[in-house]
Ligand binder design. Sequence first.
Ligand SMILES: [Zn+2]
Length: 243
Amino acid sequence: MNASQSLERTQFVERFRGHKVTRFWVMNTYLIEEDDGLTLIDTGMSGSADSILAAAQQLGQPIRRVLLTHAHTDHVGSLDALVQRLPDVAFLCSAQTARFLKDDFTLAPGQADTPLKGGFVRCESTPTQTVKPGDHVGSLQVIAAPGHSPDHIAFLDTRDGTLYAGDAFQTQGGLAVAGDLRWRFPLPAWATWDMSTALATAQKLVDLKPSRLAVGHGSMLENPVSAMKEAIAQAERNFRDQA
Ligand SMILES: [Zn+2]
């Protein structure tokens, strides 16, 4: 084996740079270390600002950026409070998430004409910048991940291979593709917009071969690829049975 092959095999050897902040057992946000401070992924339900700021303080680093996976209430509920309390923070989300936050729920051309599900809440904050798939925010690559909601994006940490998948997958109540019901934690499935889009996204996400899966609801999963593939096969069966 030559040096480049061995490098390829160990491309995600760097230590994990994320810190999970969980409220009410099942609501996750993540603080990701960057050279200049922290990037926050999602803001939790309203009332989560104090615990997120306390976690950042414990890490001894300022929150520089707030990123959103999608516009559901339990991910954006503390956005305004955090932006108010962090006056220099950059706020980044997809253009469609930005519209959803202003009660504009128009779908993009080509998106399934299926009713939106789950809770949305109007926010005062306007992004300092919108992001699109392929963009990089610090070490995080933006990945298109529609299905759970049309505006959903995910983030791959290109250093350690962690996939911040938002609600494209859940692990609470059992690993599942968005929309594939787990009775022990049914909320993400009930809030899922379009199952066939969610399945296509799940396949794209597993193709990234993440070293770690970090989701909006549930614990993190190390070396998740084979479990993700099983969850996709199970979702395909269940989706077919429902159709
Ligand atoms: Zn959601």
